[in-house]
Ligand binder design. Structure first.
Ligand SMILES: [Fe+2]
Length: 213
């Protein structure tokens, strides 16, 4: 079996000073690539080589296999995160805007709450906008933990707050990184698509059929 490093949906220099090409070279080209390699190795050792990525994540959680859970969660989380970013500034529109306003009052209030959650998250992890049993919610999860592993939780948008996501461009200023992304680099069209409940599928991977035979 072999899960793969998904290609970025834009050039590594597309974000200018918001996210530098050097950050993509390390974050996508090295960190994400390592999660792919570790997941392939550990899933094979665990006898899960014929499962999809989302199935590997859930099985690893059930078995209490922390190494495989964090690596496979990180593989999925990053595959989702890249799609949450857009080099062209966008705004939430349509049904997404309506649901945000119903849940938070205004888009600005939602962004402020997401920023507070992401910046305040202690140590490594991810800030999330999710549908939790149909309700729009902001939360954060530690290390490689992921909405994929929670019944009833549907991912809409994530912000990586591991230091490797921002240290090259922002040093220790996590708030500046989160602020720049939320104001100038979110793919709200992708976030809106995920209201259909299929966000997990958009970063999932099937094992190669040849390896499963
Ligand atoms: Fe990351």
């Amino acid at each position: 079996m072999a899960f793969e490093l998904p290609p970025l949906p834009y050039a590594t220099d597309a974000f200018g000073d918001i996210i530098s090409a050097e950050t993509f070279e390390f974050h996508w080209g090295k960190h994400h690539r390592t999660y792919v390699a570790n997941t392939n190795k550990q899933a094979r050792e665990a006898g899960l080589q014929d499962r999809s990525l989302s199935e590997v994540i859930r099985a690893a959680k059930e078995r209490g296999d922390k190494g495989l859970f964090n690596n496979s969660g990180q593989l999925w989380n990053h595959s989702f995160y890249w799609q949450c970013l857009s080099p062209e500034p966008q705004q939430p529109t349509g049904m997404l805007r309506k649901k945000i306003e119903e849940a938070f009052g205004t888009v600005e209030a939602m962004l402020e709450q997401l920023k507070t959650e992401a910046v305040g998250h202690f140590a490594s992890g991810w800030g999330w906008l999710v549908l939790d049993r149909g309700e729009l919610k902001i939360t954060s999860l530690h290390d490689g933990d992921t909405p994929v592993a929670y019944d009833g939780m549907t991912p809409l948008l994530t912000i990586d707050v591991w230091e490797h996501a921002y240290y090259i461009d922002y040093r220790n200023a996590r708030a500046d990184y989160v602020d720049a992304l939320l104001k100038r680099a979110i793919n709200w069209e992708f976030v809106g698509q995920n209201l259909d409940g299929r966000g997990v599928e958009r970063a999932d991977q099937e094992p190669e059929m040849a390896a499963a035979v």
